[in-house]
Design a protein around this ligand. Structure first.
Ligand code: GRF
Length: 223
């Protein structure tokens, strides 16, 4: 029997290798509550597009370099995304700053994965910055996308201990494995109707999330 919640449509935006996309493609539709139907990249020929095609998702390349302005690019992007009628839009390693033209129509149904424990280290080079700051904990965050760069309501985090001998590469590899745990899980919650954006707050099972959920604490309480 078909589970109707498996029919939800997910559109993913990528700019590169697409390992977070792969984690979403690998999630069974009945578990996730939907499928990644369409993958859009702003860079041609990235390996994430091959992953999408191999999984049978539709792909579109919208090269940002062909557009005169950020606004012109975002206008084309939002047109393509809305045509796909998504229930959920995922920024799965999409390395472009977005304007309100793109963000506004999707507020409340767009999630981003960011490689830091937000609000620490928004922006780029998060792993190097965490090491340089001498932090002993680092990690990844899923959040709703709003106008503020890496600043929308936080949903779910996973922590990684920083070792004394960590390099940017070794730390980013460990954080990445945790990204692959939390991005599909938060997407699942959204598609199953457990996660919402209500005003300024994310809500989970109807309760406002005053701080993000922590994956390890959740796992410890469900064990
Ligand atoms: C990830 O670290 C993600 O958090 C960041 O960009 C990277 C993309 O990696 N936004 P991948 O393309 O998913 O492998």
């Amino acid at each position: 029997m078909n589970n109707p919640t498996s029919n939800k449509r997910v559109v993913a935006l990528i700019s590169g290798r697409g390992t977070n996309l792969q984690a979403l493609l690998d999630a069974p539709a009945h578990w996730l509550g939907g499928r990644v139907e369409h993958v859009i990249s702003n860079i041609p020929d990235v390996s994430g597009l091959d992953r999408a095609r191999a999984a049978g998702a539709e792909t579109t390349v919208i090269p940002h370099r062909s557009f005169e302005s950020r606004e012109a690019f975002d206008t084309e992007l939002i047109k393509t995304v809305l045509k796909a009628e998504p229930d959920l839009v995922l920024l799965a390693g999409f390395m472009r700053i977005l304007t309100p033209i793109f963000i506004e129509p999707l507020v409340g149904r767009m999630l981003n994965i960011h490689p830091s424990l937000l609000p620490e280290f928004p922006g780029l080079s998060t792993h190097r910055r965490a090491i340089e700051a001498g932090h002993d904990m680092h990690g990844a965050t899923v959040h709703f996308v709003t106008q503020e760069l890496d600043g929308g309501p936080l949903i779910l985090q996973a922590r990684v201990a920083v070792n004394e001998d960590d390099t940017e590469e070794s730390l980013s590899a460990r954080v990445l494995t945790r990204e692959h745990e939390i991005f599909p899980l938060a997407s699942r919650w959204f598609l199953h109707g457990r996660l919402r954006l209500e005003g300024e707050h994310a809500t989970f099972d109807g309760e406002p999330l005053l701080k993000p959920l922590d994956l390890d604490k959740l796992l410890a309480t469900t064990r």
